[in-house]
Design a protein around this ligand. Structure first.
Ligand SMILES: Nc1ncnc2c1ncn2[C@@H]1O[C@H](COP(=O)(O)OP(=O)(O)O)[C@@H](O)[C@H]1O
Ligand SMILES: [Mg+2]
Length: 255
């Protein structure tokens, strides 16, 4: 199956007053449709820099990025903007919501420029909010009245409203307590059931373990790329005959 995300030998060098900062070194990564990948690594290791490249918010200094088979470097700015708007949903640590507007209006925002009447925008926003797990009686609340976990669900709904194939999330549970973070993680599991491809940056090993695959970045290098043990255990327990041996299958390797 053609990968959704396919980066090959990516480097990112920033030019700063202090000289060149070589932040990403020779990173190659391929993500299959429907895969849920967690990216972990210490602060400053280059995770957000990588995410910005995956989301076409930044371009690599060297290397190739094929997004759904398209060579991103060959796209015009307009084409890139279209890819970002239609194919990718972003979720950030800081939610990036408009606090005085209602939940529904925030989620409808990405649809504002599309040729899309309000009734349809509302319908899509309600659908996305349900998928993100926000209670219906909160849809007309202002953002400022919500808890952090509820805000993140709204942000996830906003990322979903265009029905993008790819969800990119940079520390989406970073501002939430552990219990709330885990609840937000449920939304990502639900997205995976809808066959979205998910790349989620997280510091939290417990959250990373729920992905199909964990990619670890250290000092801008791909340090480890492997199947998450938590997901293997979950899957094994789901298919294990009582008291029997576990036939373990690699989820990431499905054909
Ligand atoms: N625009 C930039 N210019 C210069 N250095 C940058 C820029 N963006 C990020 N960096 C540097 O790249 C390194 C990795 O940053 P980042 O990708 O944000 O790491 P992480 O998300 O893993 O914490 C840091 O040392 C950071 O200072
Ligand atoms: Mg970061």
């Amino acid at each position: 199956m053609r990968p959704v995300i396919d980066i090959r030998h990516i480097h990112r060098v920033f030019e700063t007053d202090a000289g060149y900062a070589h932040v990403l070194h020779d990173i190659s990564l391929s993500v299959s449709p429907g895969e849920f990948v967690a990216v972990t690594g210490p602060s400053g290791s280059g995770k957000s820099t990588l995410m910005n490249i995956l989301g076409c918010l930044d371009t690599p200094t060297e290397g190739v990025y094929l997004l759904e088979g398209l060579d991103v470097a060959q796209l015009t700015d307009d084409e890139l903007a279209e890819v970002r708007a239609e194919r990718i949903g972003f979720v950030f640590q800081s939610f990036n919501l408009l606090p005085r507007m209602s939940v529904l209006d925030n989620v409808m925002l990405p649809l504002a420029y599309a040729d899309c009447p309000r009734s349809r925008r509302e319908r899509l926003a309600v659908h996305a909010l349900r998928a993100a797990g926000l209670p219906v009686d909160h849809f007309d609340h202002r953002i400022g009245e919500l808890s952090g976990g509820q805000m993140q669900r709204v942000a996830i709904a906003r990322a979903l409203v265009n029905d993008p194939a790819i969800i990119l999330a940079d520390e989406p549970t970073g501002n939430l307590d552990t219990a709330t973070g885990r609840a937000v993680l449920d939304s990502f599991h639900r997205l995976q059931e809808e066959e979205k491809t998910i790349v989620l940056i997280t510091h939290d090993p417990g959250i990373a373990a729920e992905a199909d695959r964990i990619v670890t970045i250290r000092d801008g290098r791909l340090y480890h790329d492997g199947t998450a043990t938590g997901s293997l255990e979950r899957e094994a327990s789901a298919i294990a005959p009582a008291g029997g041996q576990l036939p373990i299958q690699q989820k990431g390797a499905r054909s």
